[in-house]
Write a protein that binds this ligand. Structure first.
Ligand SMILES: [Zn+2]
Length: 302
């Protein structure tokens, strides 16, 4: 059992072209006959036959667009890649015959890694523009810069950079058992790794220890970083860890979890390999494009 490499939402084949993101360079990329753009409306993507719809940026003239207008994702070889987010659903949906808008959560089950990486980057950047229109220093409306990867305030000249929120996600281990939890609004049988936001002033290890203590009142030792994943809902960076339980009695924080259980390696393997034990499937595992799925796989492989 091997983990997915690159993990979903990473591996975009892009040169970010940091020094060619404005003025004549950006205008030239938009006019380049090779240029391609994909189309969004409120976090949904225009797709046809399971693939992102790609159009030339010139096909998008004269429409209603959200900030930053053309979002320059970078260069895929010699192909300038853009994304546009429409303000009117009918304009986005009607751009290409036979295409339809769909959520990234659905597309993550269908799209290949390259498309998913591009779509995740675009979604996180558009979500950031939508929620950071105004300068957090003085309150004036800020303006997109550098092809949509930064904003600047015209009043106080503060530069604003896209926000990435760090989250620890951890597999708590006790010998051949691991602890998985179920969130308050999750389906009855769905269990996954515990997770929580890193707080200012904390290391990843400290955040891991605190979150496990808060959620299930278990003390853990030896937090060990394993792998990470950008999570574009809207802009988290998930940092996957293993840690060892020093005690095993679970006391739930009901605000955070509806349930948490210890599962044996055999039980978890039966779920991941689709071989149900006689009692039926012990739980429903997180989808394979999630870091939780890959983290559990990594544990099963060792
Ligand atoms: Zn300002």
């Amino acid at each position: 059992m091997t983990i997915q490499t690159p993990i979903a939402f990473t591996g975009a084949p892009l040169d970010l072209a940091e020094n060619r993101r404005s003025g004549d360079d950006l205008a030239g990329f938009l006019k380049d006959t090779n240029a391609r753009a994909f189309v969004m409306y409120h976090g949904r993507f225009l797709v046809k036959s399971g693939d992102l719809v790609m159009v030339h940026p010139s096909q998008i003239k004269g429409t209603h667009l959200y900030d930053p207008g053309p979002l320059f994702l970078g260069l895929d070889g010699k192909v300038p890649m853009f994304a546009f987010s429409f303000a009117k659903e009918e304009e986005a949906a009607g751009l290409v015959k036979g295409a339809a808008l769909d959520h990234l959560r659905n597309l993550a089950f269908l799209m290949d890694g390259r498309q998913l990486a591009l779509a995740g980057r675009a979604k996180s950047l558009f979500d950031w523009h939508r929620s950071h229109r105004f300068c957090s220093n003085c309150g004036a409306e800020s303006k997109p810069q550098a092809g949509g990867v930064t904003r600047q305030c015209p009043a106080c000249e503060t530069d604003h950079f896209p926000r990435v929120n760090p989250v620890v996600i951890m597999l708590v281990l006790d010998g051949d058992k691991c602890l998985l939890g179920r969130g308050p609004n999750w389906p009855e049988a769905a269990y996954s790794a515990l997770a929580g936001f890193v707080s200012p002033g904390e290391s990843l290890s400290e955040a891991c220890i605190r979150e496990v203590k808060e959620e299930v009142n278990i003390d853990v030792a030896n937090p060990e970083y394993k792998l990470s994943q950008p999570w574009p809902y809207p802009g988290q960076l998930m940092m996957g860890m293993f840690c060892e339980a020093k005690n095993t009695k679970i006391t739930l924080d009901p605000k955070e979890l509806a349930d948490a259980k210890w599962f044996t390696k055999d039980e978890v393997r039966s779920v991941f390999e689709g071989t149900n034990p006689q009692k039926g499937t012990p739980f429903i595992c997180p989808p394979d494009f999630t870091i939780a799925h890959q983290l559990i796989k990594l544990w099963l492989a060792n």
